[in-house]
Design a protein around this ligand. Sequence first.
Ligand SMILES: [Zn+2]
Length: 62
Amino acid sequence: MEYKLDDIIEMKKEHPCHKSKQWRIIRMGADIRIKCLGCGNSVLMPRSEFERKLKKVVSSEE
Ligand SMILES: [Zn+2]
């Protein structure tokens, strides 16, 4: 699946805040940081874990 910085994505599991299933990719490297669009908290995880949990890319800016 193609994804890049600033994309809005959906994860298989929603954030415990239950406000949104959507996240924005705010940092990309060996680790990826995503920010919950519901509450604004961010989570850092290894790229391999991110790809396992990624459900779909919702919107991608060209
Ligand atoms: Zn949240």
